[in-house]
Design a protein around this ligand. Structure first.
Ligand SMILES: [Ca+2]
Length: 187
């Protein structure tokens, strides 16, 4: 009986250690949005673009589907906005890096704007505005989240994000971009 009890304790101890290891592994990375289903599109708004979940394996980098945006010609912004209630805006302060897979289906470089607002952001000067060049085909864009800085030079409060936008400013042609695997990672 004593032997059995000891054996059981060893097994339980081992499982606890396994569980802790798995927990630490999971915490190194947090999926913010994998664009797998309609629920993943809750709390998002699309401006001057068409959108669709696609299952084309050539562009999906996580799970089974990705978000396609058909960018349109406009004098303003064409793209997507993650609204204040979107689950994607929470939990950033525990991580170092935001990474987003973006496939540029056009045959030219695309200048994609990434905008970050916290609750103190009221205008262009008080938000972070970052432009990344997307080469044709697969890209992964990266942001050091703790270094996100307002236009006026102050640090953003990433524990209190209010909006995130991905858009093309004044596109002069129509083309498609596909987003997937929006994730936070620890260095
Ligand atoms: Ca996905």
């Amino acid at each position: 009986m004593r032997k059995l009890l000891f054996g059981g304790m060893v097994v339980v101890g081992f499982l606890v250690i396994l569980g802790i290891a798995a927990g630490q592994e999971a915490a190194k990375s947090k999926l913010l949005n994998g664009f797998e289903n309609d629920a993943d599109l809750a709390g998002m708004e699309f401006t001057d673009c068409d959108h669709e979940l696609v299952k084309d394996k050539a562009v999906v980098t996580q799970g089974e589907s990705a978000l396609k945006l058909k960018i349109k010609k406009t004098d303003g912004a064409s793209g997507v906005e993650f609204l204040p209630e979107n689950k994607m805006l929470r939990g950033w302060e525990a991580y170092d890096l935001l990474q987003i897979d973006v496939n540029n289906k056009s045959d030219k470089d695309v200048e994609m704007s990434f905008r970050f607002d916290d609750k103190a952001s009221t205008n262009y000067q008080t938000r972070a505005n970052i432009v990344k060049t997307l080469r044709p085909g697969a890209n992964t864009v990266k942001f050091m989240v703790k270094e996100l800085t307002r236009e006026n030079g102050e640090k953003m409060n990433i524990a209190d994000l209010n909006r995130v936008l991905f858009f093309v400013w004044q596109p002069t042609s129509e083309f498609e971009v596909i987003f997937d695997n929006v994730r936070l990672e620890k260095e």
